[in-house]
Write a protein that binds this ligand. Sequence first.
Ligand SMILES: NC(=O)c1ccc[n+]([C@@H]2O[C@H](COP(=O)([O-])OP(=O)(O)OC[C@H]3O[C@@H](n4cnc5c(N)ncnc54)[C@H](OP(=O)(O)O)[C@@H]3O)[C@@H](O)[C@H]2O)c1
Length: 314
Amino acid sequence: MSDARERKKVLISGGTGLVGSVLVPRLLAKGYQVLVISRRKERIPRDAVPIVADISDRGWIAKCTDVVKDVDHLIWMAYSIAGDPEKDGRATFSGLVEAVHALQVRDVIFLGSTGVYGQNPAAGLYSEGSKKVADTNYAKDKISAVEFLRDQSARFRATVLHPSCIYSADSRRVEYYRKLLASVYLVYRNDGSGTYNIVHTEDVVDAILGAMSRETGAAFEEYIVNGETLRFRDWIRHIEQWCGYEDKKMLPPYLQPVCRGPVRQILSRWGYRSPAKMPALKASLFEKEIVFSTEKIKNHLGWYPKKKLAESLP
Ligand SMILES: NC(=O)c1ccc[n+]([C@@H]2O[C@H](COP(=O)([O-])OP(=O)(O)OC[C@H]3O[C@@H](n4cnc5c(N)ncnc54)[C@H](OP(=O)(O)O)[C@@H]3O)[C@@H](O)[C@H]2O)c1
């Protein structure tokens, strides 16, 4: 292990949670000095530097700056959906803003969620440029944090990683997801908003470690999709290739909202590609032939998704 003075310093909020409990030991094993923020000291692993703080308290960082300084990587995974919108907003978003302003960070990694990926609700269309639409306080706070980091990204390198439902082989969530998937296997709200597939904690940790070790020029926002970390457009492109869409022309954005029913069929006959529809994309996430690492999901859950993409296309 390298000398303590040379060790890179990582400050983590949410380091005691589902992802954090896998991430922190991996970082310690790699020789990082790991500072873990938690409201309860006993939750912090012994080899980590404990930062006992409630990040939803205004000015929380000011009380810690004697210990928390010269941070190489800030990993913000804490979030709160306890029901008090103000406190929740501070834990998920404003606490991060305070940390970024108080510390000279060089690299920030923020965990968003595919559940808050924006879309055009009217047409149900889905693209990288879709405006993020907050339909819950959780989404609002996550989206605010992403926008803040995008604005600040000239000051430091920022990466936003969007996982969807995260499971771990030894967590109670396995049983939960098993039931969920066995009954519906695609999970999305009735209004079509949100997108879910399941990812393993290790996939999320690999994505975080990958983001930490990249040189400059990395993507600002990435999606953790069944064990792969992809830019949204690459994920869509994969799916479109498998759908046989790649040879078709893309409709101009102003025509996309009218691309439905008979108009859709006519345009398709003329060689235009239909815009990707949310349910089709979600369905495709669980398609054996096209999903990148469903084997991993099968091994952990003991259940395999069977529906073919062709059957799920509109
Ligand atoms: N789990 C999923 O399925 C899922 C899906 C999509 C996105 N994500 C995102 O992935 C990230 C990690 O999720 P996770 O499931 O690992 O989280 P988790 O297990 O629910 O843990 C939440 C963490 O937030 C910390 N926290 C909450 N409020 C805090 C406060 N006021 N002060 C200090 N710490 C506070 C908790 O620390 P203490 O309790 O120790 O204080 C805990 O470490 C989150 O940003 C989440 O939005 C998760």
